[in-house]
Design a protein around this ligand. Structure first.
Ligand code: GDP
Length: 530
């Protein structure tokens, strides 16, 4: 017992988020380099999947095997057992990222120092903020000309609405980049371009008052640094671990992932500042990671693209206790005891079967179609459900027309299974007794994936007719509202989701406000919590 609480204690499970191209993959590779997993950074498999052009989506599908292995990476560093949850780069798969974040205890947000906060950063940040998980900022690419440091930090605070606390501070950028100043030790970590980062960096630390520092930085740079430190000490929020824990303060670090500068110091600070696996909310209260009974929830389901094996892998985050492959577990939503089949863990490019794993770990299990996203598995004799995974608002909608009406059964089966994986959302509309099916997706690429998969896996041809809706609102107080007498707008459509919850679709955002004005007491929400 004592043993395994130590195992849990040393675990760190986090996701790395970024706008595409900010350097998420490069940073991950450098982490693995320090973890001794890679001899030479740059060989993490699965990278190919992030870089595909839209027209290549079928290739992405064919390479599912690769993206599976890149879903979670586990490695050891300095006594810690680290689980990095990888998130797909392409924005059309951002819903997948959202769900992955549900499995993380903290997040690292990578920002391109030349660009600052970008569209996808904002979106992903919003999800992290909803969960109140600690968020650490790594401002990357300082080896290239970066924007003014104060501006960058200011932008994060203003645009994302989170106070920041720079742990270190850069000296110059681009060809004038000389290193970072550690505000705590008052020492400068000097920058050397270490063979484009293929080696663990040779970094020298020099005290701010050491005359030797002037061999590395110019007098002007030193004067500017001192001025900036003074400004910073006077103006910025003080480091407060309890605020970091609640996601109310983001520690900020600077570096260059490509040249492997500032990465290890970031990793070291981050591991100390982030927490071991956090308790998780269930309908019976908080479930503690050190609880001796095993529990986990499904956060991601990935279909197997092998035609002969139409099975799937369900990814679970272990929330408490120890997973023992020889023991039965109880699947709450399915109300059945079962053995989890072929439990696997991923380490860099290697997938292996595991016989045990601990709270904080992610395992992928063979899923013959039993699991849905958000399902709970726990020790037999227990029966509770973890908080659901919110369904995110689709932004694109299409009506699905089945081309061969004789295939309705396969069609319904296929579309429901694909929806179960969470790639699409299905809505039903009753128009004059005829039931219409509307599909909503977060990224348009998912439409192509849906069409392709229905044809190939279920032998069903469909046509998708695009609809102009962009805004979706679930009705929160559905029991209090008389849906038949709702005063709508001309662009509004009433539909129900798979679980029968009513919701409204709108073409314009101002119509949302109008409908709220016209129907007193109506409560609308962008996410479904059911
Ligand atoms: P991702 O899309 O966020 O995973 O970004 P990648 O890690 O693939 O990086 C995108 C591009 O930026 C690649 O060409 C990287 O080599 C480059 N890159 C990443 N980090 C740095 C850095 O610190 N400095 C420079 N100059 N380029 C970088």
């Amino acid at each position: 017992m004592a043993d395994y609480s130590r195992e849990i204690e040393r675990r760190r499970t986090f996701a790395i988020i970024s706008h595409p191209d900010a350097g998420k993959t490069t940073l991950t590779e450098k982490f693995l380099l320090y973890g001794g997993v890679l001899n030479q950074a740059g060989s993490v498999k699965g990278k190919a999947t992030a870089r595909h052009a839209v027209s290549d989506w079928m290739e992405i599908e064919k390479q599912r095997g690769i993206s599976v292995t890149s879903s979670v990476l586990q490695f050891l560093y300095d006594g810690y057992c680290i689980n990095i949850l990888d998130t797909p780069g392409h924005q059309d798969f951002s819903e997948d990222t959202y769900r992955t974040l549900m499995a993380a205890d903290s997040a690292v947000m990578v920002i391109d120092g030349g660009k600052g906060v970008e569209a996808q950063t904002r979106k992903l940040f919003k999800v992290c903020a909803m969960r109140h998980i600690p968020i650490f900022t790594f401002i990357n690419k300082l080896d290239r000309d970066a924007r003014d440091t104060f501006d960058l930090v200011d932008e994060i605070e203003k645009e994302l609405g989170i106070p920041t606390c720079p742990v270190n501070w850069p000296i110059g950028s681009g060809k004038n980049f000389r290193g970072v100043y550690d505000r705590n030790t008052r020492r400068v970590l000097t920058f050397r371009d270490t063979l484009k980062g293929t080696k663990e960096g040779i970094e020298e630390e020099i005290d701010l008052n050491d005359p030797h520092l002037l061999d590395v930085i110019t007098e002007d740079q030193k004067a500017q640094l001192e001025e900036e430190i003074e400004l910073l000490d006077g103006a910025s929020v003080e480091f407060d671990q309890s605020k970091v824990d609640k996601g109310e303060l983001s520690p900020v670090f600077f570096g260059s992932a490509l040249t492997n500068f500032g990465v290890e110091t970031f990793l070291q600070h981050f591991l100390k500042m982030t927490s071991s696996p956090l308790p998780r909310m269930a309908d019976c209260g908080l479930i503690n990671p050190a609880d001796p009974d095993f529990s986990a929830f499904v956060f991601k389901i990935q279909a197997n693209m092998n035609k002969n094996h139409r099975d799937r892998i369900a990814f679970m985050r272990i929330c408490s206790g120890k997973f023992d492959a020889d023991k039965e577990v109880y699947h709450v939503q399915g109300d059945r005891k079962m053995r989890l089949l072929q439990p696997q863990q991923m380490m860099a490019d290697d997938r292996h079967v595991v016989s045990e794993a601990y709270a904080g770990d992610i395992i992928g299990v063979f899923d013959p179609g039993l699991f849905s996203i958000g399902d709970t598995v726990c020790a037999p004799g227990k029966k509770f459900r973890f908080e659901g995974i919110p369904t995110f608002a689709p932004e694109h909608f299409a009506r699905v027309a089945l081309l061969d009406s004789m295939k309705r059964k396969q069609f319904v089966k296929g579309i429901e299974q694909i929806a179960q994986e969470g790639a699409i959302q299905i809505f039903r509309e009753n128009s004059g007794g005829m039931e219409e099916i509307i599909v909503g997706v977060v990224g348009v690429l998912q439409f192509d994936v849906l069409k392709f998969r229905l044809e190939n896996e279920y032998n069903v041809d469909i046509r998708l007719d695009m609809l102009p809706y962009e805004y979706i609102r679930w009705i929160v107080n559905k029991d209090e509202v008389d849906l038949d007498h709702l005063v709508g707008t001309s662009d509004m459509k009433k539909v129900v989701d798979m679980k029968g919850n009513p919701l409204l679709l709108f073409v314009n955002s101002w119509s949302v406000g109008m409908v709220l004005d016209r129907n007193e007491g109506l409560q609308l929400e962008e996410f479904s919590r059911n």
